[in-house]
Design a protein around this ligand. Structure first.
Ligand SMILES: [Zn+2]
Length: 315
C-alpha cells in the first residue's frame, strides 16, 4: 500500500509499504479520508517526541474509513485510556499513565487500529454523516474536554483566543454548554466564520472564562490578562516542554484567577463529539478548506495557503 512517512523536519515521502494485518482484536481500516491538523503541521516542521519517534515514522491521526473486516464506516480516537492506572481509576482518563503508543499513520491507504483503541474508542459512523465531517471527531473531542475543564455556566461570556479550526470548534462547544463565545484575534476572513460556530468576534475583555488556543506564550499571557477578577483561564494549547510563562502575580492572587490546563480527550467526549458532528448543529465542513493526495501533504505544510484551516487527505 502507499503511505506517507516522515523522515525529518520538512521531509516526508510517499512510499510503498506492507499493508498492515490485524492481530487479535485489532482493526484494519481502509482510510477514506484523513485530515491535517495543527499538531501534524508542528510535528512536520520540527519533529515530535511521541508522534514521530523513529524515522521513517507513519504520520497522521485524524481519519474516517472502512473497517475491512466488517465493511462498516468507522472513526477512532488516537489513543484510549487503560482503565487501570491511578489516573484512570480516579476518573482522569485524559491523564492515563499508559496512553502510549498513540495511533499514527492515517496518511496511508490502510491503518492499523491497536486493540485498546479498537475496544474503547472506535466508533461506527452514523449513516448520512459525511466521512470528512466524521473525521473531525478527535479534535472536537479534545475541545469538548477543554470546555468541560472550563466549567462554563449558562450565560457566561467566554473568550476563545485563536481563530484556527480548534478555536472555532471550541466556540461551538462553549455555545453548546450555554456560554456566549467571543472569538478573539485572527484574520478578518477567519473572524467571519465565528457566527457559523455560535460565536461573535470581539476583544474578550472582562470575560468570565478565557480559553487559550493560539499555541503561543503571548496567547497564554493574553488569556490570563483579559478575564474578569475571579475568572477562569483554560490553557488548551500545548507549548514545547520546558517553556516557562510569566503571569501577573497581582492578578492571580488578589483577583483570584483560576488557571487550568486541558489536555486530550476521554472516551465520553469522543462519543459526544461524534454525536455533536452528526447533529448538524454547525457547518462543520467549512473547517476543511483544502483537499490533497498523499503527495500534496508536504507542499501544503511547507506553505499553507492563506485561507487554509484543515485539508482532506485522500490516499
Ligand atoms: Zn490509565
Amino acid at each position: 500500500m502507499r503511505a506517507l512517512r516522515w523522515y525529518g523536519p520538512g521531509d516526508v515521502q510517499v512510499e510503498e509499504v506492507p499493508r498492515p494485518a490485524a492481530g487479535p482484536d485489532e482493526v484494519v481500516v481502509q482510510v477514506e479520508v484523513a485530515l491535517t491538523d495543527g499538531t501534524d503541521l508542528k510535528a512536520y516542521r520540527r519533529g515530535h517526541p511521541l508522534l514521530l519517534a523513529e524515522p521513517p515514522a507513519p504520520f497522521g491521526h485524524e481519519f474516517c474509513g472502512v473497517d475491512v473486516a466488517t465493511g462498516r464506516r468507522v472513526v477512532a480516537a488516537n489513543s484510549a485510556p487503560c482503565g487501570e492506572c491511578r489516573a484512570c481509576t480516579r476518573g482522569d482518563e485524559s491523564l492515563c499513565e499508559q496512553l502510549l503508543p498513540l495511533l499514527n499513520g492515517a496518511y496511508a491507504e490502510f491503518l492499523l487500529v491497536p486493540e485498546r483503541i479498537a475496544r474503547r474508542n472506535l466508533l461506527r459512523v452514523p449513516d448520512g454523516l459525511p466521512s470528512v465531517v466524521a473525521a473531525l471527531v478527535e479534535p472536537l473531542a479534545c475541545c469538548l474536554h477543554g470546555v468541560a475543564r472550563a466549567d462554563v455556566r449558562p450565560g457566561d461570556d467566554v473568550a476563545v483566543l485563536g481563530a484556527g479550526p480548534i478555536g472555532l470548534m471550541l466556540c461551538a462547544c462553549v455555545a453548546d454548554a450555554g456560554g456566549r463565545p467571543v472569538l478573539v484575534g485572527g484574520r478578518p476572513e477567519r473572524r467571519e466564520l465565528a457566527a457559523d460556530f455560535g460565536a461573535r468576534p470581539g476583544d474578550g475583555a472582562g470575560s468570565d472564562v478565557a480559553i487559550e488556543a493560539t499555541g503561543t506564550e503571548h496567547g497564554w499571557r493574553d488569556a490570563a490578562a483579559l478575564v474578569r477578577p475571579g475568572g477562569t483561564v483554560v490553557l488548551f494549547s500545548g507549548l514545547p516542554s520546558g517553556t516557562e510563562v510569566a503571569f501577573d502575580a497581582f492578578r492571580v492572587h488578589y483577583e483570584e484567577l483560576t488557571l487550568r490546563g486541558a489536555f486530550h480527550h476521554t472516551p465520553a467526549t469522543v462519543r459526544a463529539a461524534l454525536a455533536f458532528l452528526a447533529s448538524g448543529a454547525h457547518p462543520w465542513k467549512r473547517l476543511v478548506t483544502h483537499e490533497v493526495g498523499l503527495e500534496g501533504v508536504g507542499a501544503l505544510f511547507d506553505d499553507p495557503p492563506r485561507d487554509y484551516l484543515k485539508a482532506a487527505v485522500r490516499p
